[in-house]
Design a protein around this ligand. Structure first.
Ligand code: FES
Length: 394
Protein backbone atom coordinates (compact mmCIF):
# COMPACT_ATOMS: atom_id res chain seq x y z
CA UNK A 1 0.00 0.00 0.00
CA UNK A 2 2.84 2.32 0.67
CA UNK A 3 4.95 2.14 -2.41
CA UNK A 4 5.61 -1.13 -4.14
CA UNK A 5 8.90 -2.87 -4.72
CA UNK A 6 8.65 -3.26 -8.43
CA UNK A 7 11.23 -4.33 -10.95
CA UNK A 8 11.31 -2.42 -14.18
CA UNK A 9 8.11 -3.35 -15.93
CA UNK A 10 8.12 -2.38 -19.59
CA UNK A 11 4.44 -2.93 -20.05
CA UNK A 12 2.29 -0.01 -19.04
CA UNK A 13 -0.81 -1.19 -17.21
CA UNK A 14 -3.85 -0.12 -19.17
CA UNK A 15 -5.41 0.92 -15.87
CA UNK A 16 -3.86 1.72 -12.54
CA UNK A 17 -3.12 -1.03 -10.09
CA UNK A 18 -5.07 -0.73 -6.91
CA UNK A 19 -4.94 -1.74 -3.36
CA UNK A 20 -7.66 -1.49 -0.81
CA UNK A 21 -7.95 2.26 -0.42
CA UNK A 22 -10.99 3.79 -2.06
CA UNK A 23 -9.93 5.41 -5.28
CA UNK A 24 -11.30 7.53 -8.06
CA UNK A 25 -12.31 5.27 -10.86
CA UNK A 26 -14.91 4.86 -13.54
CA UNK A 27 -15.94 1.46 -14.80
CA UNK A 28 -17.69 1.27 -18.12
CA UNK A 29 -19.27 4.65 -17.77
CA UNK A 30 -20.59 3.99 -14.29
CA UNK A 31 -18.84 6.08 -11.73
CA UNK A 32 -18.05 4.23 -8.56
CA UNK A 33 -17.71 5.92 -5.20
CA UNK A 34 -14.97 8.49 -5.23
CA UNK A 35 -12.43 9.53 -2.66
CA UNK A 36 -10.41 12.05 -4.60
CA UNK A 37 -8.52 13.14 -1.52
CA UNK A 38 -6.87 9.77 -1.11
CA UNK A 39 -5.93 8.39 -4.50
CA UNK A 40 -3.83 5.27 -4.10
CA UNK A 41 -0.46 5.01 -5.78
CA UNK A 42 -0.26 2.77 -8.77
CA UNK A 43 2.04 -0.19 -9.23
CA UNK A 44 4.99 2.14 -9.67
CA UNK A 45 4.22 4.23 -6.58
CA UNK A 46 2.96 7.23 -8.54
CA UNK A 47 0.42 9.12 -6.47
CA UNK A 48 -2.18 9.59 -9.17
CA UNK A 49 -1.51 7.46 -12.21
CA UNK A 50 -4.57 8.15 -14.29
CA UNK A 51 -3.71 10.58 -17.09
CA UNK A 52 -7.21 11.92 -17.38
CA UNK A 53 -7.44 12.60 -13.64
CA UNK A 54 -4.01 14.24 -13.70
CA UNK A 55 -5.18 16.51 -16.51
CA UNK A 56 -8.37 17.38 -14.64
CA UNK A 57 -6.41 18.10 -11.47
CA UNK A 58 -3.87 20.23 -13.30
CA UNK A 59 -6.59 22.21 -15.00
CA UNK A 60 -8.51 22.83 -11.79
CA UNK A 61 -5.31 23.79 -9.94
CA UNK A 62 -4.60 26.43 -12.56
CA UNK A 63 -8.14 27.55 -13.16
CA UNK A 64 -9.34 27.90 -9.58
CA UNK A 65 -6.77 30.43 -8.37
CA UNK A 66 -7.07 32.29 -11.65
CA UNK A 67 -10.79 32.76 -11.08
CA UNK A 68 -10.22 33.66 -7.46
CA UNK A 69 -13.07 31.45 -6.27
CA UNK A 70 -13.84 27.79 -6.01
CA UNK A 71 -15.24 26.13 -9.09
CA UNK A 72 -18.17 24.79 -7.12
CA UNK A 73 -19.00 27.28 -4.42
CA UNK A 74 -21.22 25.95 -1.69
CA UNK A 75 -24.20 28.08 -0.74
CA UNK A 76 -23.15 29.46 2.66
CA UNK A 77 -26.77 29.44 3.83
CA UNK A 78 -26.94 25.70 3.40
CA UNK A 79 -25.67 23.45 6.21
CA UNK A 80 -22.20 21.96 5.68
CA UNK A 81 -22.41 18.57 3.93
CA UNK A 82 -22.43 15.68 6.39
CA UNK A 83 -20.65 12.40 5.93
CA UNK A 84 -23.08 9.72 4.88
CA UNK A 85 -24.36 7.85 7.87
CA UNK A 86 -23.25 4.26 8.36
CA UNK A 87 -25.76 1.48 7.88
CA UNK A 88 -27.27 -0.53 10.67
CA UNK A 89 -27.67 -4.03 9.28
CA UNK A 90 -28.83 -7.34 10.65
CA UNK A 91 -27.00 -10.64 10.23
CA UNK A 92 -29.25 -12.92 8.19
CA UNK A 93 -26.68 -15.64 7.53
CA UNK A 94 -23.65 -16.93 9.43
CA UNK A 95 -22.28 -20.22 8.13
CA UNK A 96 -18.96 -21.99 7.68
CA UNK A 97 -17.90 -22.07 4.03
CA UNK A 98 -14.42 -23.59 4.52
CA UNK A 99 -12.04 -24.50 7.31
CA UNK A 100 -11.84 -21.44 9.58
CA UNK A 101 -13.90 -19.34 7.14
CA UNK A 102 -17.41 -18.07 7.82
CA UNK A 103 -19.68 -16.29 5.42
CA UNK A 104 -21.86 -13.48 6.76
CA UNK A 105 -24.99 -12.24 5.06
CA UNK A 106 -26.15 -8.78 6.02
CA UNK A 107 -29.45 -7.11 5.21
CA UNK A 108 -31.41 -4.00 6.10
CA UNK A 109 -33.71 -4.87 9.04
CA UNK A 110 -36.70 -3.34 7.26
CA UNK A 111 -35.91 -5.03 3.98
CA UNK A 112 -34.90 -1.80 2.23
CA UNK A 113 -32.57 -1.90 -0.74
CA UNK A 114 -28.90 -1.65 0.15
CA UNK A 115 -26.52 0.88 -1.44
CA UNK A 116 -25.14 -0.37 -4.72
CA UNK A 117 -21.59 -1.61 -5.21
CA UNK A 118 -19.31 -2.91 -7.95
CA UNK A 119 -16.98 -5.95 -8.03
CA UNK A 120 -13.86 -5.25 -5.96
CA UNK A 121 -15.71 -3.17 -3.34
CA UNK A 122 -15.31 -3.71 0.38
CA UNK A 123 -17.31 -3.04 3.53
CA UNK A 124 -15.96 -1.54 6.72
CA UNK A 125 -17.52 -3.28 9.70
CA UNK A 126 -17.66 -1.66 13.12
CA UNK A 127 -17.80 -4.62 15.47
CA UNK A 128 -19.57 -4.56 18.85
CA UNK A 129 -16.14 -4.33 20.54
CA UNK A 130 -15.41 -1.15 18.58
CA UNK A 131 -12.87 -2.88 16.34
CA UNK A 132 -13.12 -1.87 12.69
CA UNK A 133 -12.33 -4.32 9.92
CA UNK A 134 -12.55 -4.22 6.12
CA UNK A 135 -13.88 -7.17 4.13
CA UNK A 136 -14.41 -7.53 0.40
CA UNK A 137 -17.94 -8.08 -0.80
CA UNK A 138 -18.20 -11.50 -2.40
CA UNK A 139 -21.88 -11.65 -3.33
CA UNK A 140 -23.68 -10.46 -6.42
CA UNK A 141 -23.98 -6.69 -6.94
CA UNK A 142 -27.33 -7.33 -8.65
CA UNK A 143 -28.71 -8.53 -5.31
CA UNK A 144 -29.62 -5.28 -3.55
CA UNK A 145 -31.12 -7.07 -0.56
CA UNK A 146 -28.02 -8.77 0.85
CA UNK A 147 -24.33 -8.12 1.33
CA UNK A 148 -22.08 -11.19 1.56
CA UNK A 149 -18.62 -11.24 3.08
CA UNK A 150 -16.34 -14.11 4.12
CA UNK A 151 -13.93 -13.95 7.05
CA UNK A 152 -11.02 -16.24 7.81
CA UNK A 153 -10.34 -16.74 11.50
CA UNK A 154 -6.86 -15.49 12.38
CA UNK A 155 -6.07 -17.10 15.73
CA UNK A 156 -3.14 -14.80 16.52
CA UNK A 157 -4.56 -11.66 14.88
CA UNK A 158 -5.98 -8.57 16.53
CA UNK A 159 -9.23 -10.28 17.58
CA UNK A 160 -11.56 -8.96 14.86
CA UNK A 161 -11.94 -12.24 13.01
CA UNK A 162 -12.31 -14.18 16.27
CA UNK A 163 -15.07 -11.81 17.34
CA UNK A 164 -16.89 -12.36 14.04
CA UNK A 165 -16.52 -16.13 14.27
CA UNK A 166 -17.31 -16.57 17.93
CA UNK A 167 -19.48 -13.70 19.09
CA UNK A 168 -21.64 -12.64 16.17
CA UNK A 169 -24.79 -14.62 15.58
CA UNK A 170 -27.90 -14.64 13.45
CA UNK A 171 -30.10 -11.66 14.13
CA UNK A 172 -27.32 -9.52 15.63
CA UNK A 173 -27.09 -5.89 14.50
CA UNK A 174 -23.91 -4.60 12.95
CA UNK A 175 -22.83 -1.08 11.99
CA UNK A 176 -21.37 -0.98 8.53
CA UNK A 177 -19.89 1.80 6.43
CA UNK A 178 -21.19 1.99 2.88
CA UNK A 179 -19.29 0.00 0.23
CA UNK A 180 -16.17 1.59 -1.20
CA UNK A 181 -14.04 0.36 -4.01
CA UNK A 182 -10.26 0.58 -4.25
CA UNK A 183 -9.87 -2.46 -6.48
CA UNK A 184 -12.07 -1.53 -9.40
CA UNK A 185 -12.86 -4.08 -12.05
CA UNK A 186 -12.29 -2.58 -15.48
CA UNK A 187 -13.73 -5.43 -17.53
CA UNK A 188 -10.89 -5.86 -20.01
CA UNK A 189 -11.76 -8.37 -22.74
CA UNK A 190 -9.15 -10.93 -21.60
CA UNK A 191 -8.71 -11.55 -17.89
CA UNK A 192 -6.73 -13.69 -15.50
CA UNK A 193 -7.96 -13.62 -11.90
CA UNK A 194 -5.43 -14.92 -9.35
CA UNK A 195 -6.60 -15.55 -5.78
CA UNK A 196 -4.66 -16.70 -2.74
CA UNK A 197 -6.78 -18.19 0.07
CA UNK A 198 -9.42 -15.78 1.31
CA UNK A 199 -8.27 -13.40 -1.45
CA UNK A 200 -10.93 -15.09 -3.54
CA UNK A 201 -13.57 -12.77 -2.07
CA UNK A 202 -13.15 -9.70 -4.33
CA UNK A 203 -12.42 -11.90 -7.35
CA UNK A 204 -15.60 -13.96 -7.09
CA UNK A 205 -17.86 -11.04 -8.12
CA UNK A 206 -15.36 -10.19 -10.88
CA UNK A 207 -15.59 -13.74 -12.22
CA UNK A 208 -19.38 -13.54 -12.16
CA UNK A 209 -19.30 -10.20 -13.96
CA UNK A 210 -16.81 -11.47 -16.55
CA UNK A 211 -19.02 -14.48 -17.21
CA UNK A 212 -22.12 -12.33 -17.45
CA UNK A 213 -20.43 -10.05 -20.00
CA UNK A 214 -19.07 -12.96 -22.03
CA UNK A 215 -15.43 -11.95 -21.47
CA UNK A 216 -12.49 -14.29 -22.00
CA UNK A 217 -11.51 -15.04 -18.41
CA UNK A 218 -9.75 -17.61 -16.27
CA UNK A 219 -9.44 -17.83 -12.49
CA UNK A 220 -6.68 -19.53 -10.52
CA UNK A 221 -7.37 -20.09 -6.85
CA UNK A 222 -4.43 -21.23 -4.70
CA UNK A 223 -4.73 -22.28 -1.07
CA UNK A 224 -3.20 -24.38 1.67
CA UNK A 225 -5.61 -27.29 1.16
CA UNK A 226 -8.91 -27.97 -0.56
CA UNK A 227 -10.73 -27.79 2.77
CA UNK A 228 -9.39 -24.30 3.46
CA UNK A 229 -10.63 -22.79 0.19
CA UNK A 230 -14.12 -21.23 0.18
CA UNK A 231 -16.49 -21.00 -2.77
CA UNK A 232 -14.88 -23.72 -4.89
CA UNK A 233 -18.26 -25.26 -5.74
CA UNK A 234 -19.73 -21.88 -6.57
CA UNK A 235 -16.84 -21.22 -8.95
CA UNK A 236 -17.10 -24.63 -10.58
CA UNK A 237 -20.81 -24.09 -11.09
CA UNK A 238 -20.13 -20.70 -12.67
CA UNK A 239 -17.82 -21.97 -15.41
CA UNK A 240 -16.00 -25.28 -14.74
CA UNK A 241 -13.60 -24.84 -17.67
CA UNK A 242 -12.54 -21.39 -16.58
CA UNK A 243 -11.41 -22.10 -13.04
CA UNK A 244 -8.43 -24.04 -11.72
CA UNK A 245 -7.36 -24.79 -8.17
CA UNK A 246 -3.94 -25.38 -6.65
CA UNK A 247 -3.36 -26.65 -3.17
CA UNK A 248 -0.11 -26.30 -1.33
CA UNK A 249 -0.42 -29.67 0.41
CA UNK A 250 -0.64 -31.47 -2.96
CA UNK A 251 1.48 -29.33 -5.30
CA UNK A 252 3.56 -27.06 -3.09
CA UNK A 253 3.64 -23.28 -3.22
CA UNK A 254 3.00 -22.02 -6.74
CA UNK A 255 5.56 -19.76 -8.33
CA UNK A 256 4.58 -16.45 -9.87
CA UNK A 257 5.15 -17.93 -13.34
CA UNK A 258 2.82 -20.82 -12.55
CA UNK A 259 0.14 -18.46 -11.32
CA UNK A 260 0.43 -16.44 -14.53
CA UNK A 261 0.65 -19.47 -16.81
CA UNK A 262 -2.79 -18.79 -18.31
CA UNK A 263 -1.90 -15.20 -19.26
CA UNK A 264 -1.81 -14.49 -22.97
CA UNK A 265 -1.00 -11.30 -24.89
CA UNK A 266 -3.48 -8.64 -23.89
CA UNK A 267 -4.44 -10.29 -20.61
CA UNK A 268 -5.23 -8.07 -17.63
CA UNK A 269 -4.35 -9.77 -14.34
CA UNK A 270 -6.29 -9.16 -11.13
CA UNK A 271 -4.59 -10.59 -8.06
CA UNK A 272 -5.61 -10.68 -4.41
CA UNK A 273 -3.79 -12.67 -1.79
CA UNK A 274 -1.09 -12.64 0.85
CA UNK A 275 2.01 -10.53 0.45
CA UNK A 276 4.36 -13.37 -0.71
CA UNK A 277 1.93 -14.30 -3.47
CA UNK A 278 1.63 -10.70 -4.63
CA UNK A 279 5.40 -10.39 -4.63
CA UNK A 280 5.70 -13.56 -6.72
CA UNK A 281 3.12 -12.36 -9.23
CA UNK A 282 4.66 -8.90 -9.46
CA UNK A 283 8.08 -10.41 -10.09
CA UNK A 284 6.75 -12.77 -12.78
CA UNK A 285 4.60 -10.16 -14.48
CA UNK A 286 7.45 -8.63 -16.49
CA UNK A 287 8.27 -11.91 -18.22
CA UNK A 288 4.64 -12.83 -18.83
CA UNK A 289 2.64 -11.77 -21.88
CA UNK A 290 0.08 -10.04 -19.64
CA UNK A 291 -0.30 -6.31 -20.18
CA UNK A 292 -1.85 -5.03 -16.94
CA UNK A 293 -1.70 -5.99 -13.30
CA UNK A 294 -4.28 -4.88 -10.74
CA UNK A 295 -3.89 -6.10 -7.23
CA UNK A 296 -5.26 -5.84 -3.73
CA UNK A 297 -3.27 -6.74 -0.69
CA UNK A 298 -4.65 -7.99 2.57
CA UNK A 299 -2.59 -7.62 5.66
CA UNK A 300 0.34 -5.33 6.11
CA UNK A 301 2.35 -4.12 3.15
CA UNK A 302 6.06 -4.95 3.19
CA UNK A 303 8.25 -2.35 4.87
CA UNK A 304 10.36 -0.57 2.30
CA UNK A 305 13.59 1.15 3.27
CA UNK A 306 12.87 0.65 6.94
CA UNK A 307 15.43 2.03 9.38
CA UNK A 308 15.53 1.42 13.13
CA UNK A 309 14.14 4.22 15.24
CA UNK A 310 12.60 4.66 18.70
CA UNK A 311 9.14 5.35 20.08
CA UNK A 312 8.73 6.94 23.46
CA UNK A 313 5.42 6.82 25.32
CA UNK A 314 4.98 10.23 26.91
CA UNK A 315 7.69 12.72 27.75
CA UNK A 316 9.01 10.53 30.56
CA UNK A 317 7.68 7.17 29.43
CA UNK A 318 9.32 3.96 28.27
CA UNK A 319 11.37 3.88 25.09
CA UNK A 320 10.46 1.22 22.53
CA UNK A 321 12.99 0.39 19.81
CA UNK A 322 11.42 -0.22 16.38
CA UNK A 323 13.60 -2.51 14.26
CA UNK A 324 13.99 -1.89 10.54
CA UNK A 325 11.75 -4.81 9.64
CA UNK A 326 8.84 -4.15 12.01
CA UNK A 327 6.12 -1.52 11.97
CA UNK A 328 5.74 1.01 14.74
CA UNK A 329 2.20 -0.30 15.24
CA UNK A 330 3.43 -3.84 15.94
CA UNK A 331 5.88 -2.52 18.52
CA UNK A 332 3.31 -0.20 20.06
CA UNK A 333 0.76 -2.98 20.40
CA UNK A 334 3.15 -4.97 22.53
CA UNK A 335 3.02 -2.11 25.04
CA UNK A 336 -0.61 -1.17 24.38
CA UNK A 337 -2.43 -4.33 23.27
CA UNK A 338 -5.74 -2.46 23.04
CA UNK A 339 -4.52 0.07 20.49
CA UNK A 340 -7.07 -0.21 17.68
CA UNK A 341 -6.14 -0.83 14.08
CA UNK A 342 -7.83 -2.09 10.97
CA UNK A 343 -6.25 -1.94 7.52
CA UNK A 344 -2.56 -2.11 8.52
CA UNK A 345 -1.93 -0.18 5.31
CA UNK A 346 -2.28 3.49 6.16
CA UNK A 347 -5.66 4.26 4.69
CA UNK A 348 -8.35 3.73 7.32
CA UNK A 349 -6.99 5.99 10.06
CA UNK A 350 -7.99 3.64 12.89
CA UNK A 351 -4.52 3.37 14.44
CA UNK A 352 -4.03 7.15 14.67
CA UNK A 353 -1.85 8.34 17.55
CA UNK A 354 -0.71 11.78 18.64
CA UNK A 355 2.88 12.85 18.22
CA UNK A 356 4.40 15.14 20.85
CA UNK A 357 7.93 15.44 19.52
CA UNK A 358 10.18 14.09 16.79
CA UNK A 359 10.18 14.15 13.02
CA UNK A 360 8.17 11.36 11.42
CA UNK A 361 8.23 9.97 7.90
CA UNK A 362 4.56 9.93 7.03
CA UNK A 363 3.87 6.98 4.74
CA UNK A 364 0.08 6.89 4.96
CA UNK A 365 -2.44 7.98 2.39
CA UNK A 366 -5.01 9.22 4.84
CA UNK A 367 -3.88 12.23 6.82
CA UNK A 368 -4.17 15.75 5.46
CA UNK A 369 -1.29 18.19 5.65
CA UNK A 370 -3.13 19.96 8.49
CA UNK A 371 -3.56 16.74 10.45
CA UNK A 372 0.10 15.90 10.03
CA UNK A 373 1.09 19.42 11.08
CA UNK A 374 -0.99 19.02 14.23
CA UNK A 375 0.87 15.80 15.16
CA UNK A 376 -1.37 13.01 13.88
CA UNK A 377 0.53 9.84 13.00
CA UNK A 378 -0.53 6.46 11.59
CA UNK A 379 2.00 4.01 13.06
CA UNK A 380 0.93 1.05 10.94
CA UNK A 381 2.98 2.48 8.07
CA UNK A 382 4.70 5.67 9.20
CA UNK A 383 8.23 5.56 10.54
CA UNK A 384 11.18 7.87 11.23
CA UNK A 385 14.76 8.31 10.11
CA UNK A 386 17.42 6.09 11.64
CA UNK A 387 18.16 7.03 15.24
CA UNK A 388 15.16 9.39 15.51
CA UNK A 389 12.90 9.27 18.56
CA UNK A 390 9.18 9.87 18.16
CA UNK A 391 7.52 10.88 21.41
CA UNK A 392 3.87 9.85 21.48
CA UNK A 393 1.07 10.96 23.75
CA UNK A 394 0.69 8.30 26.43
S1 FES B 1 -4.54 0.51 10.67
FE1 FES B 1 -5.51 1.60 9.07
S2 FES B 1 -4.33 3.43 8.97
FE2 FES B 1 -3.30 2.24 10.44
Amino acid sequence: MNGHPMKKIPKKPSTPSRETAPAPTAVFGRTTQLDVDNPPPDLYGRPQPDRFMRAVTTFSDLYTPAMGRPLLRRNPRLPAPRARAPLSLVITGHRAVAEEVVELRLADPSGDRLPSWQPGAHLRLILPSGRERHYSLCGDPADRTTYRIAVRRIADGGGGSREIHEELHLGARLTVRRPRNGFAFCGEPRLLLVAGGIGITPLLPMAREAQRRGLDWHLVHAGRSAASMPFTEELRALAPDRVSFRTEDAEGLPTGAELLAEARPGTAVYCCGPTPMLAAVQAAFEASPATALHYERFGAAPILDGRPFTLQLGQEGPRLPVPADRSALDVLREARPDLPYSCHQGFCGTCRVQLLAGTPEHRDRRLTAEERASGALLPCVSRAAEGETLVLED
